[in-house]
Design a protein around this ligand. Sequence first.
Ligand SMILES: [Zn+2]
Length: 333
Amino acid sequence: MSAEADQTSSVGEIVTRGSLTVDLSRDSGSDKHTFCIEADEVQRLLSSSGQSEDELLCGLIQQASSLARPPISSFLVGAVALGVSGRIFFGVNLEFARLPLYNSVHAEQFLVVNALHHGERELRKLAVSEAPCGHCRQFYSELSCADSIRISFGKGQKLSSYTLAELLPQRFGPGDLLDISNTPLLLQPQQNSLQLTEEAHDRVEARAGDATFQEAFRQAAAQARASYAPYSQCPAGLAVITAKQDVYAGPYIESAAFNPSLSPLQAAIIVGVIDSMPCYTHVNEVVLVELEGGAVQHELTARVVLAQIAPEATLTVLPALSPKKKPPHHEMP
Ligand SMILES: [Zn+2]
């Protein structure tokens, strides 16, 4: 079946692309934007415009795209999703100059971190400015709502709506590697049990008087506990501290296909963009909580990325132990 035939066959409703503009400035006159529209505001927009949910999402795509940061391609991608809570979330693509392309964040991935950041447990509908790439179709296979979410995109004024099974049939997913009847999937609460090593504990204690560091440690540890790492069992969380002492933190998120995974540094940067971090070079320090001796570790990659995007930043690594895994240094030779 051709792509054109797809547009008019069994793929569901066709939605007309609108051009709604909503004032998303947090403060009038500022250049700060919010990437989440609260449920009551969504209801107000629906009633005042007379639009359907799909029309509202499609109408917001262009506004989302305008927030993208792609210095390599200059190709702006926007994603807009409606969550089960009634809130709308934005996602945009991020690229990092002077780094390999695989460090880029796709708009659909950004959106999932945004939903996690706001505690959303399920996405009902997603509208994207471009056809989702294979990488993102794979990444969305991790969602607990992968079988129910509808995804809209298309050229011109008409968008078509699809299920993920239509976009990525016979896909490799969590069920191929995990007992999914017993594993919380992406967007469902994760409860990784972690304890700091004594070395890490001493490092935190040594900075007891540094309130910003303590907050960054608390957030990085919380993100490590919430990390989605069912394949490696190596949860991790990372917090960045800016020159203004603001803290932004994100979790490590895995994919069954491994490569679409998001590093905790990427997730923390996404949260920084959502919460108006002015520029990556404003990052002063980065705090990483990850498993000591784990099969997956982020320290070295984080150092390479930081050397380009925030060369002045220092990296503090706080190794942790998981009761699920016997750490290598406890093993007999
Ligand atoms: Zn993509």
